[in-house]
Design a protein around this ligand. Sequence first.
Ligand SMILES: C[S@@+](CC[C@H](N)C(=O)[O-])C[C@H]1O[C@@H](n2cnc3c(N)ncnc32)[C@H](O)[C@@H]1O
Length: 401
Amino acid sequence: MEYESSTAKRKLPGAGAYDAQRLHGLIKDARAARLVAAKRQFREFALTRNKRPMIAKVGELKRFKAVAEAEAQRVGRQGGRYRAIWSSNVKADYCFTPIVGRNVEASALYYIKASPGKGLGMFATRDIRKGTRILSEKPFFTLSNRPRISESDPYAPNDISKAFDRLPASEQRKFMGLHCPKRPGCSLGVSIYEANCFEMGSGTCICLDASRINHSCVPNAHYSWNSSIQRQTLHAVKDISKDEEITISYCSAIRTLEERKRDLEPYVFTCSCPACQTDTDIGIRSQIRRQQMLDLDQEIADYQNDPPAAREEYGQCDERSAILRLVKLIDKEGLVYEKALAYHDAAACALKRGLRKKALKYASKELEVDLCCVGEDSPCFDETITFFRKIKYFGGEEALD
Ligand SMILES: C[S@@+](CC[C@H](N)C(=O)[O-])C[C@H]1O[C@@H](n2cnc3c(N)ncnc32)[C@H](O)[C@@H]1O
């Protein structure tokens, strides 16, 4: 399932042996390039981070602020406290809000701003209906043919570093401006890459806006790589209200709380979504349901791999009842995309029993989920259409429906 692979690629454990010094060099170079560019445009202007506030000449501060903000926006600088030096004897310090989402059009369905306790996040500019494509974004940094970077893979950090070297300076700055979790023993580049990368076919990629989407174990949106348009897409899987935060799941939802915690380790945060609460009714029920979902998932796999053994173990003739129970639990958990695989299994199971009409019903439900989560221009949707047609015209005969 595409979901599984995307999950696997988002959790890329760091390689501690990475050359930290080299990356620090790269950052310094990127920073130096930014300052040179700034100076070129505003001859004597420099923009430097400074913790000590300084008093500016009355009247000058406004001008510094405007010039420095414009420059910071141009070079993609994050918000914070900065010192503006307009000439050798006039200096000023000021704060400004983060410059984000610079490629966000006025008509965009989202905006980016601080999300309490999470850094930046993506929010809805208006009410968004379930199934709407919220974003379709070209990656600016890609790593091809590396389905998974493991702790023991000595080439992984080099891949990141080499790909970084090939980027134009402006793209390098974008990369360095992304969120970087503090991970002991893990280099800056690997930390940034792991915390922000998305699955992209057999590789991974970084997108500027999509990388601002925070995680929830009960997300209201689904991201997927659409190879036919070569873009990362994001779809609302529920109705989203204006100003509500848009979230995706960084890990597979059919996992226990402990497993999800492990999957989320590279992102260095503790999820506080309702499903992760250990002291609320909702959280406790969610933990029970997710365990049941995992067990049912295993039961379905057992029926598919070794039907006689599964029949003996679970006492049912096939996986039908397990699938239907799984769908109910997925619904109760407020999850959506996970139903695609369950409906697919249900259709295949009905087909095995010669029930083509039922199989078609489940395949069309799978299509509905795909339409909502990935869109009809996605190859994933095409695959489901092909599956649906195979059932419909199975054996050269059209199913009666
Ligand atoms: C892909 S970035 C998301 C955008 C990020 N918040 C930013 O400021 O750019 C992933 C990082 O966001 C933070 N994050 C994501 N989801 C979170 C959540 N539910 N709670 C707290 N922090 C979260 C973590 O620090 C994680 O490493």
